[in-house]
Design a protein around this ligand. Structure first.
Ligand code: GLU
Length: 321
């Protein structure tokens, strides 16, 4: 698979949101990024995605950094390791985004949306009742300047939405293979919230581009975000990174791993007396992520034998108890 890696010195990022303690599923994402980048002698970036001000807490950032360090997952650039692509906290990058938002608006590809949370919830509920997948109807796409002025007079603050269009979007996923999406089914998405804070799908593209990220390795819960992100790459004329979406951890009943399955956060395992090395080994090998079928591998062996195409390809039942 190494021949698929078209970059001699890849740059990857692990981009946690500091909204809680590090979940073992996210630790596995961090680990795959780390194994990949150490295998290819690239650069690991740690980016803190803390634009969700209501849910982010500074204390969690420190706890996440400690958990990664405990597991021996180190990074080369990050909030505590200044580098040429900083700052590495999204909340400190807020002055970077407006230039790109303006480009979207000036081109007419993005437009103000005045729908309130309540209106959108009702729209979604009605779609679901009709048995259609919920997505934004495009209600504000064709508002006239007069309509907009009237809505602003009501005191509504707009969010900014990107118009998806009808193109087919395809990409080759390093783990899942070829992926296709129909643009006309996507629904125009928010790039800037009504609070002025950039939304995830937008900020992540600007940051990954400006930080020169070559490979985005993340959980498959983000696959549905990738077509939106690719539309933005395409609009701006940025070369997209290569994407690899790995399977998620499941509980023993094969539903998504959550608290009701027992310990799910890295600090919890640490408190319960597990060895970091054991957790790392377990997370790395789970679901047949390596060709080598050894039960225990040293960190060095993990780095040597890591190939991205195998990483988290199959469903992985997490049962450390
Ligand atoms: N902050 C996002 C998360 O924690 C990162 C997603 C991504 O890797 O693009 O889910």
């Amino acid at each position: 698979m190494t021949d698929q890696i078209n970059n001699n010195s890849p740059r990857v990022r692990f981009a946690p949101s500091p909204t809680g303690r590090l979940h073992v599923g996210n630790a596995r994402t961090a680990l795959f990024n780390w194994l990949f980048v150490r295998h290819h002698q690239g650069t690991m970036v740690l980016r803190i995605e803390d634009t969700d001000m209501a849910r982010s807490e500074e204390g969690y950032e420190r706890i996440i950094l400690n958990s990664l360090a405990w597991m021996g997952i180190n990074w080369d650039e990050g909030p505590d390791k200044p580098g040429p692509y900083g700052p590495y906290r999204q909340s400190e990058r807020l002055d970077i985004y407006p230039e790109f938002v303006n480009k979207l608006i000036e081109s007419g590809r993005a437009y103000p949306c005045y729908c309130t949370e309540e209106e959108l919830t009702i729209e979604r509920k009605m779609q679901m009742a009709r048995g259609v997948p919920p997505r934004y109807s495009g209600r504000c796409l064709h508002l006239t300047a007069k309509n907009r002025a009237a809505l602003e007079n009501e005191g509504r603050k707009p969010s900014i939405r990107f118009h998806c269009g009808t193109d087919q979007i395809k990409f080759h996923d390093l783990i899942k293979g070829d992926m296709y999406f129909d643009g006309s089914l996507l629904g125009d998405f928010i790039v800037v919230r009504s609070t002025g804070i950039p939304a995830y799908n937008f900020a992540v593209v600007i940051d990954d581009h400006l930080m020169n990220i070559s490979h985005v390795i993340r959980g498959e819960d983000h696959v549905s975000n990738t077509p939106f992100q690719l539309l933005l790459y395409n609009f701006f004329g940025f070369t997209p990174p290569q994407f690899g979406h790995h399977s998620l951890l499941l509980g023993t009943d094969r539903t998504k791993l959550s608290k009701r399955h027992g310990a799910t956060s890295v600090p919890q395992f640490e408190e319960d007396g597990f060895l970091a090395e054991a957790l790392k080994n377990y997370l790395a090998l789970l679901g047949g992520s390596f060709v080598l079928r050894q039960e225990i591998m040293t960190t060095e062996e993990l780095v040597t034998h890591f190939t991205i195409d195998k990483a988290g390809r199959s469903a992985a039942v997490f049962d450390m108890g």
